[in-house]
Design a protein. Structure first.
Length: 94
């Protein structure tokens, strides 16, 4: 699978959110958060900010969902990426 142009194909990571005080955030509250975490599957040829296999935070209000071979993927533009997690960070693990 290959993305084109400025598009990025991601697997969105759904995770339990926990506040800094250790309280779990409800599913509804978590769904209202603007940014989500994802794993980069493929990047278009014009994407310079991320690479395949990067873990990112992106604007959930942008982009679309597509089904490819029975699996759901997110499609976002490179301008929707707000954070790239460090490859050495424990936060990369879903």
């Amino acid at each position: 699978m290959k993305a084109v142009g400025h598009y990025i194909i991601i697997n969105q990571i759904i995770e339990e959110e926990k506040s800094s005080s250790g309280l779990f955030v409800s599913v509804q509250d978590a769904s209202e958060m603007r940014y989500g975490r994802g794993y980069v599957v493929a990047c278009g040829e014009l994407v310079n900010c991320v690479s395949n296999d990067d873990y990112i935070y992106f604007d959930k209000r942008q982009g679309h969902q597509v089904m490819i071979h029975g699996k759901q993927y997110g499609v976002i533009k490179d301008s929707d990426v707000v954070v790239i997690l460090d490859h050495n960070s424990d936060q990369r693990q879903p």
